[in-house]
Ligand binder design. Structure first.
Ligand code: 3UK
Length: 516
């Protein structure tokens, strides 16, 4: 398919965009002129939304945001489940020059209160399922707020015409929050051009997403991975996205594949592991799939092989990040090697550097840095973090990598203490602070430990105030405390009791000494 008019990719695959444009034009409006008005843009179990309806509803949403008093440049916090309204809000905001910020919907009130404050957002729109956490956060940080249902009702009375607010390709467009090992989440500020770059370089040129594809992402839209898979790639190519607001399980995901017959399926290793276990109990019809994709954490080679044996399809592992917006090193149908992240996506530059910032000798491990036109410009309100992570146009991923003799890149771990659990960031420090909130706990350290599928999950090592008091009942209590206080996926899957934690002379816990 031809690129939208005014957009091209030059030498080194650098993108050329009109000086003044709005990214909603190529992703949304263009499809009417190209004759896709009656084509399905979104399919859910409840409804189908055509491109014609999408264009109209995006305009109504943009007008509704403006009528609620939002101004260009204002932040819209949208805590929205995977449903068509996510598209209306996100694109309606962008078309009106408003900056949408879709955070992780699994978080707790204190996380939201922090983000309301940090972003200085002027409106919060949330799915009623999240009311419990959102309403508590709103009591702490008062912001104008309404539920998605109320917003949709307001939209019905708004005009279905909206002039796009023109911007430069490098102007701020939307934010995504990313967690850090210490401290609060950071708002990564993405520009107008970033979704064009990821959709074309990875979506079209690596995966070959085209007009006839049907994409289904088990990874949610709030995750940069899901945002590309389940929204921007389908819209860029005028194809169809399948959405499901439920928590993904083997049953829901296989059910969706059987019902909607997607050609592309996107998951994370933890879910593929559960799906593989479920396939042991009986076959499912996955014949519609031409490829599966995995990201968020490394996909073990053994899982690649078992999936291929059982389903006849490959899983293409690729590494991406919130800051880079999508996958920058990936496997492809034509060129893949299990147990590796694949090769740099053409258009992205990759370097493996030692601590002094020099390239490591061939085959040795070092820190992974990338140069990406889709990279976030900066972290909102965090100049030090920005300066540490974004240096002379290069992005420090915080990952340790090495290159095998054939040029495939192999993940070797993080250079900080952060864990990926089910593909989602998890800070040991946050779990530790939750554990020490229990009256029996003196101190706690949290580290990653491999489960039966060799995927990392949090493990807690706990020192009690009364030595010898640790047992199954307390372990249950500590797990329950974490599940109810933190996002549920962050609870420790194992608890070990010790009398002392290894520390540095200055009293900092040496987590590396505790890793299993
Ligand atoms: C880790 C991986 C090994 C790695 C993401 C695809 O995960 C995404 O973004 P996040 O900001 O996390 C980024 C970090 O996650 N990681 C991601 N994928 C892999 N490690 N193999 C992988 N395949 O530590 C990276 O720095 O949550 C993934 C697309 C968009 C994304 N935002």
């Amino acid at each position: 398919m031809a690129l939208p008019s005014g957009i091209s990719f030059g030498p080194g695959l650098t993108v050329h965009l009109p000086d003044q444009f709005n990214v909603a034009m190529p992703f949304i409006d263009r499809h009417l002129g190209e004759g896709r008005g009656d084509k399905a843009a979104i399919r859910t179990a409840q409804e189908t939304v055509t491109y014609g309806e999408l264009v109209e509803r995006v305009n109504r949403a943009g007008n509704t945001l403006l009528s609620l008093g939002m101004k260009p440049g204002d932040r819209l916090m949208m805590v929205v489940k995977d449903c068509p309204a996510f598209f209306y809000l996100f694109w309606g905001a962008i078309k009106a020059g408003i900056v949408p910020v879709p955070p992780n919907t699994l978080l707790r009130a204190p996380d939201y209160a922090y983000m309301f404050e940090d972003s200085d957002c002027t409106l919060v729109v949330y799915s009623s399922e999240f009311a419990g956490e959102i309403e508590v956060a709103l009591e702490q940080v008062p912001v104008q707020a309404l539920t998605v249902d109320t917003f949709l009702a307001e939209m019905a009375g708004a005009s279905d015409e909206l002039e796009p607010r023109l911007a430069a390709p490098t102007d701020d467009c939307f934010w995504l929050y990313s967690s850090g090992s210490t401290g609060r989440p950071k708002g990564a500020v993405h520009a107008q051009r970033d979704m064009v770059v990821t959709s074309e370089l990875y979506g079209v040129r690596v995966l070959g997403v085209g007009e006839d594809d049907i994409s289904y992402s088990a990874a949610k839209l709030f995750f940069a991975y899901g945002l590309g898979n389940g929204m921007t790639f389908p819209l860029w190519t005028g194809s169809t996205a399948v959405l499901d607001d439920r928590r993904p399980t083997p049953d829901t995901t296989f059910g969706n594949i059987e019902t909607f017959k997607p050609t592309l399926y996107y998951g994370v290793p933890t879910l593929y592991a559960a799906q593989l276990a479920a396939l042991e109990t009986g076959p499912r019809d996955l014949s519609s799939l031409r490829a599966c994709v995995s990201a968020g954490e490394a996909l073990p080679a053994d899982m690649f092989r078992r999936w291929q044996e059982k389903t006849g399809t490959v899983i293409l592992d690729g590494i991406g990040s919130t800051e880079a917006l999508h996958i920058f090193i990936g496997n492809s149908l034509a060129d893949h090697r299990p147990g590796t992240s694949g090769k740099p996506v053409p258009g992205y530059q990759v370097r493996i550097l030692d601590e002094k910032g020099d390239p490591v000798p061939a085959g040795e491990s070092g820190g992974l840095w990338i140069k990406a036109e889709s990279a976030a410009k900066y972290y909102w309100n965090k100049p030090e973090k920005t300066a540490e992570t974004m240096v002379n146009g290069w992005l420090n991923t915080g990952d340790t990598y090495r290159e095998d003799p054939d040029g495939y890149l192999i993940y070797e771990g993080r250079s900080d203490d952060m864990l990926k659990v089910g593909g989602i960031w998890c800070s040991p420090v946050e779990i530790e602070s939750c554990l020490v909130g229990h009256p029996a706990v003196l101190e706690a350290a949290v580290v990653g430990q491999a489960d039966d599928e060799t995927l990392i999950k949090p493990k807690a090592i706990v020192v009690l105030k009364q030595p010898g008091g640790g047992g199954a009942a307390l372990t249950e209590e500590l797990m329950a405390l974490c599940k109810t206080t933190l996002a549920p996926y962050k609870y420790p899957r194992w608890v070990e009791y010790v009398t002392e934690l290894p520390k540095t002379a200055t009293g900092k816990i040496q987590r590396f000494k505790l890793r299993g």
